[in-house]
Design a protein around this ligand. Structure first.
Ligand code: F6R
Length: 369
């Protein structure tokens, strides 16, 4: 059942183009509206929303962090993202015009479920983004959008992360549309671009041999830092989480702009630093700043591993290792920039002789607090 792969995780990484296409399939109706599953909320309910909260744990939380950039940009609604385990213990301000989006692959994560229950007690509307049909979180929510990525067996989430990001983008577009912030044809144009992403994901996966080789050579590293900005920041967090989970290696993700406020003190000769570089076209103002950050860490001896889009020549002088990804629009970039980081963690763990499907101390579904 591993489809010829030695580990489910390798199979699931390679299934991402199909998984993403399945999340997106049939989501645009003939009249241009976005189709959600089991919708027990009316378009009016979505129109009445004045604030969005996203609650989730682990990798799903990182998908939520990415969603915040899209939701605020497209809908002009304030959007907060919070780890489900903290949310209900701090008396968040919720009412019937709050939309809470709960993201969970398993649909059984207790912290996320309790956050959903808390939100509904406070009369908030809850939309679940979930991969498991008939699981508890969708049942306890007002509406659900299934990611339809198929079963994920590897304990570390890979394909379902892409599904969660895509589902969040769809919800952002739906909200923007029902609220009249984006016109139907603008939404359709975004959805059409989104529909092209599975192909781009496939093409990216085919060119990741260099990061595999690099990962094998870093099996003895003591720590790895990950830097990113804008949506590249949650991608950095996800890269660090994957490395902790799979390779049991100390890994931290930081927003690159925060470097000089502390983390730069960690830089020592030879420390691998992976930098997710924003597009020089879409995010030109941030691109230059991140290039400066690469220079800063390199001047202090870091070994720079730079993830940059095709044609970005500005990074070349400062990259000890340059991993190229195809260019795409900024808000969709995490769907490709995450891939080399998944492969990096997986390959490094394999080089350390570890079982990437069953990392120590972890369970696929965390049904206790
Ligand atoms: C990371 C991972 C975990 C889960 C988290 C939430 O690879 O698998 O961090 O993302 O436990 O699980 P779900 O999405 O099932 O609620």
């Amino acid at each position: 059942e591993k489809g010829g792969y030695p580990y489910f995780m390798l199979k699931e990484i390679n299934e991402q183009p199909t998984a993403l296409a399945d999340t997106l399939r049939g989501r645009l109706s003939a009249d241009g509206a976005i189709v959600l599953d089991e919708e027990r909320l009316s378009a009016q309910d979505f129109r009445d929303v004045d604030k969005v909260f996203i609650v989730a744990c682990g990798t799903a939380y990182h998908a939520g962090l990415i969603a915040k950039y899209a939701v605020e940009h497209w809908t002009r609604l304030p959007c907060e993202v919070e780890m489900a385990s903290e949310f209900r213990y701090r008396d968040p301000v919720l009412d019937r015009s709050t939309l809470v989006i709960a993201i969970s692959q398993s649909g059984e994560t207790l912290d996320t479920l309790m956050a959903v229950k808390h939100a509904r007690e406070q009369k908030a509307r809850v939309l679940a983004i979930c991969n498991t049909n008939g699981s508890t979180i969708p049942r306890e929510s007002d509406a659900v959008l299934y990611t339809r990525c198929g079963p994920e067996v590897g304990v570390a989430s890979t394909k379902t992360f892409l599904g969660q990001v895509a589902a969040c983008l769809l919800v952002g577009l739906y909200l923007a549309q029902v609220r009249g912030v984006l016109y139907g044809d603008e939404v359709a144009a975004y959805v059409e671009r989104l529909q092209r992403m599975p192909d781009l994901v496939g093409r990216t996966l085919h060119r990741l041999e260099p990061i595999r080789e690099l990962a094998r050579g870093l099996a003895d590293a003591k720590a790895v830092l990950f830097l990113g900005r804008h949506v590249g920041y949650p991608v950095a967090l996800e890269g660090a989480l994957k490395l902790k989970e799979l390779a049991y290696m100390h890994a931290e993700g930081f927003p690159a702009g925060e470097l000089k406020h502390g983390p730069i003190a960690l830089i020592e000769p030879g420390l691998p630093v992976i930098v997710v570089v924003p597009s020089p076209r879409g995010r030109a103002h941030l691109h230059g700043k991140v290039v400066s950050n690469i220079q800063e860490v390199r001047a202090r001896g870091a070994r720079t591993i730079v993830i940059a889009e095709d044609g970005d020549v500005a990074v070349e002088p400062y990259a000890d290792h340059l991993i190229r990804v195809p260019a795409t629009s900024s808000l969709f970039a995490p769907l490709v920039t995450t891939l080399p980081l998944q492969v990096f963690a997986c390959e490094l763990a394999l080089a350390r002789g570890l079982d990437v499907d069953q990392p120590r101390n972890l369970a696929k579904s965390v049904t206790v607090e």
